[in-house]
Design a protein. Sequence first.
Length: 450
Amino acid sequence: MHSDLANYRRDALTPTLCNALRHDYYKSAWHDALEQGSAEIVDDPMRFLSRLPPLGKGTLQTGLPPLLEKNEKIAFAIHTTGSTGPVTYRYRSDAELREIAGFFQQVAETIRGDRRRPLVYMLYGPYHGRDLSGLGGFFPQAAPYYFSGAVWDDIFIRQGIELLRKRFDVPGLDDRISQVHGAVRLLRVFTQCMIDAGVRATETGVETLVSFAGYLASESRNFLQRYWGVMPLEIFSFSEVMGGASKCPMCGALNFDPHLLPEVLSFTSAQAVDEGVGRLVVTELLPFGRSQPLIRYYNGDIVQRVKSLCPVCDQTDRIIHLGRDNESIILSESDNREVIIGSNQLREIAYCSEIARTAEYPHLRALKDRTTHVGAPFVACETIAGMNGGKTEVRLRFRPRQIGGSRSNLEDEVRQRSMQIAPGLGAAVESGKVDFRTHADDSLDSVLWK
């Protein structure tokens, strides 16, 4: 971590911890740490933080209601999709949003100076129940101007294409939309609609493509880059936190926003992992989280901490996202947990030309090709413990794209590809812990994710 960023986070941590102690939950959960030395909150906040228990999704949902001062009101509410557990709600007050607006104002002015505001086309999905009423007044004038778009209706598709082709003449704004942001799935759909409409990317002014809300598999990355002519910027984020981390295009290391303090903890304790695989926890620094503080929040993400220099992102202490714990294949032996296939690796395996896809968005007339880069792969992955002399059997079933042909050759191809993409799987097979099998199933109708 660069020294300036480390100093900023350390300085912001003390008031963040003091703010959290206004809440009854943290007063109780941190009792032991406070008994050992509450003065560390000021004198050595990082050391104090290292003794605190992680905050889970369940506690956020049931034990951490927002704290409101007199005359404060809830101005922002969002809920998770429920893809990683029970639906969880997050709230921010009007006073907190004003503080956040001031934070972003300073950042935007530092970055942009007197330059004109960029125009961004943002593809939204109806996933999080976001209440945007009244938020326009909170966002700074130096920030980008967002056009909201969608892909679930042909009218939205046509309007989006028209906006990207259009030139604007508005004081203080760029004359063309230069950025397209969206969830991975929505970017794939919108891009395929552009292709099917015969629109060339050069007819637009798009210079930046940003994907979030899902892992960007190599096949999707290459598809988007071929059409738009730019390397997609992948953002790691989760709904409960405002902000996230950009991913290094070479090594995949996460470069977190300044107001997020990441740590890697053991699977079985609150101890930090100096190097290796563990749980990602994030602390949201003030002014974020004033109403509902998140301290060492664990959302279910597993990561690998690597101590070596990447020449692209210039990080020597790198955090690389492996996936979600509930979607990964993990062996548990007493107090040890071994990640055999991270969910990101599973997506790399599944998004390949040999595996069939679902036919998505049948109501869209603008979408002609639904099964190449838009659909989800027909894949099922399961583990069976105690098979073949105590080994754990990992079974990957998939529906082949092509009907007929040699199934044994296809199964072997997918097996070899899987072991190349997931080194942990290959090592487990080599050591005799795991028996890995692939099975081509023409009738398979299940998908792991969209």
